[in-house]
Design a protein around this ligand. Sequence first.
Ligand code: AVJ
Length: 316
Amino acid sequence: MQKPIFLENHQIIQPHSLALEIETGLLAEQAAIAPKFLYDALGAHLFTAITFVPEYYPTAVETSLLTQYKSEIAAAVGKNPVLIDLGAGDCKKAARLFESIQPASYLAIDFSVEYLKDSLEKLQNQYSDIPMYGIGMDFSKTLTIPDSITRSPRTFFYPGSSIGNFLPAEAETLLKQINREALGGGLLLGVDLMKADHVLQAAYDDPLKITAAFNLNILRSVNAIIDSNFDVSHFCHKVLINHLKERVELYLEARLDTAVSWHGKQRVFKKGELIHTENSHKYSIASIQHLLNRSGFHAIKIWTDPQQYFAVIYAQ
Ligand code: AVJ
């Protein structure tokens, strides 16, 4: 049986630097925890659950765009690229492209490496003739592709509007790195578009409270990493729509005066105080085109739904 190759690499996630990043965020005036810490094993499953929530439109709309425009997308991408999946998760979105794109090889990158291991092994069994590689990497600051990956044109796949987690300036840095690493290939990107408040509110504060559970779970994920004692029941999920910055903001709000401590350190939270956990930037067709241009992409094809909720883009 064919096995995927897991690359142990230069950019291995350093548990020590992750703990430091969390501590710095907790001690900042506006407390914050980076969204990558949402994705421990339970968090990855809760996110998958979110994608099934009817109010969470991005996954459903993106999937229908990728299905409806499958042949046009494949024609734009070209045959047999090295397919590099950024934030692969369960690898299911990329797997749906295999038939039309026929990747020469597949590299799945994800922060949540344990989750990735399971999904990639299953996928390799289904597609034994595609060489598959996996790597646990935090590409939120730097993206470098290991030397073991062929230096032929690459198609980066960055779906789900995960690009929205970055500030526009950070997104530009990442997109420039993708542009450089593509070696003449391109980027297949999913981007969420700005829309009416009530649609965003329902998507990020769903009535089944799956998103609330996903957001609150970050406190457990933090407890496990820095050995802290967050009491999850002292916080609640809060969504704000920031029109000026064109983004949805997720927070955890203290329901009472409370505190968290770890290794002789402490952070006190007054009732109503917020911990920032995620930004989800929303673009317009014009603003995403402009960002891609600034990042070195000039040939841009866009597919969108009639309501203009979401865009799938191929950029070279
Ligand atoms: C995975 C970052 C695209 O911003 O919509 C979903 C994460 N957070 N519900 C998003 C998320 C709350 C999601 N991204």
